[in-house]
Ligand binder design. Structure first.
Ligand SMILES: *[C@@H]1O[C@H](CO)[C@@H](O)[C@H](O)[C@H]1NC(C)=O
Ligand SMILES: *[C@@H]1O[C@H](CO)[C@@H](O)[C@H](O)[C@H]1NC(C)=O
Length: 382
């Protein structure tokens, strides 16, 4: 199968290609939010806006779970009719080393359905079989399992053990076809102890994508940094101490900011009182959330007079009652260098559709490019 695949790729790409040519020192993982096709104006993002040369793995989000415990499309219009799946997997004709994988789950899917599916060996197997068929049918290279989260949000205490069993079953089912299994994990240390078995993950998961952001939730009543490096270091240390090899852990950075409305415009430090989540961005339209290009639009508006502060290798900005925590090229570079120093498996970004993909404030995809700069400086091949 592997050989056949290579011959097909060779024929289609018209280049000499072998698995060895695709060996890389670090992963650069790009999450793609397929609902960005519904955004307006400069927010509209289609697969044509993706630059596959900047990613080693592009992850299509999200597929969902049916009540029959099988994987399925959550949006057949975007995924199939508008060819979201086909466009993404089609990038491999031009980029034969690219992996295109499919994520199932995400926040909006909730946890309970997954808890029920993972509960018996029979339903775990039914799920794994459906995943294999689905991935092969649409031409994906692997599954990214984003159950948010085992044991929480209505799940069962046994979810941790069932999740480990689920990962094993999925891996055994899809690996013979050369398909990879990755998973996204949150920063909560309590979940690391109850929901995830790092030793099992070390054996069966190709990469663990650490969602190293939202250290302070959007519902917080005080301001806080979304991705402070000091806290990230603790989280990474916990995962490695729990038994996950560093080179399987991929460090995530957010290409979005979180905003809040301050209670008092004079109190604008970290930890100061918040009235409520911030006004939605013009294009992403979600309270307490701003795409990187929306943050840049606010910061570069002289009438708003925002001031920015760099602290703990991340950033916040304030002006009047607005308070924003966000990443810059500089803070992303620092995080990428940290990942290099720790010999982590790579860097991940959530998500490429909230990056400055049009290059409105400089080069296109400045944050992704910041990661590449650091890897290049360290003479690492991606
Ligand atoms: C797929 O590509 C076509 C152009 O080839 C484009 O019109 C369409 O919007 C793309 N689909 C998605 C979901 O981005
Ligand atoms: C925020 O909520 C916590 C309890 O959840 C409370 O102890 C604290 O005083 C609150 N802070 C502010 C500034 O309202």
């Amino acid at each position: 199968m592997k050989l056949v695949l290579e011959i097909v790729l060779l024929a289609s790409a018209g280049v000499v290609y072998s698995a060895d040519d695709c060996k890389r020192d670090m992963e650069v993982v790009c999450y793609y939010g397929s609902w960005s096709i519904y955004r307006n104006d400069i927010g509209l993002f289609t697969t044509e806006d993706i630059d596959p040369s900047l990613c080693t793995n592009i992850i299509y989000t999200f597929a969902g779970l049916g009540l029959d415990s099988k994987i399925g499309s959550l949006d057949p219009w975007a995924d199939v009719e508008k060819r979201g799946f086909a466009n993404l997997t089609g990038f491999k004709e031009q980029y034969p080393c690219l992996r295109t994988t499919l994520a199932i789950g995400g926040w909006n899917e909730g946890s309970i359905k997954y808890s029920v599916m993972a509960y018996t060996e029979e339903s775990r197997k039914a799920f794994a079989d459906s995943v294999l068929r689905f991935l092969v049918y649409y031409g994906f290279d692997g599954l990214d399992l984003d159950w948010e989260y085992p044991t929480s949000r209505g799940g069962l205490p046994d979810d941790g053990k069932n999740f480990a069993a689920l990962l094993k079953t999925v891996k055994e089912t899809i690996a013979p076809w050369g398909l990879t299994l990755t998973t996204a994990v949150p920063i909560d240390v309590s979940l690391l102890n109850t929901a995830y078995d790092a030793k099992v993950m070390a054996e069966v998961v190709d990469y663990v994508h650490l969602m190293a952001y939202d250290y302070v939730p959007s519902t917080s009543n005080v301001t806080g940094l979304s991705a402070p490096l000091s806290a990230i270091k603790v989280t990474v240390g916990n995962w490695i101490a729990a038994g996950l090899p560093a080179n399987k852990l991929v460090l995530g950075v957010p290409s979005y900011g979180r905003n809040y409305v301050l209670k008092d415009s004079e109190d604008h430090d970290v930890g100061d009182p918040v009235l409520k989540a911030g006004e939605p961005g013009l294009y992403t339209a979600e309270e307490g959330f701003l795409a990187y290009y929306e943050v840049m639009e606010i910061l570069s508006d002289p009438f708003l007079g925002m001031r920015s502060v760099h602290v703990d290798d991340t950033n916040y900005a304030y002006g009047n009652e607005e308070w924003i925590t966000y990443e810059t090229e500089t803070s992303v570079r620092t995080k990428a260098q940290y990942a290099v120093d720790q010999k982590l498996g790579g860097m991940m970004i959530w998500s490429i559709d909230t990056e400055d993909f049009l290059g409105l404030y400089g080069t296109k995809f400045p944050l992704l490019n910041a990661i590449h700069e650091v890897l290049k400086q360290n003479k690492l091949k991606v």
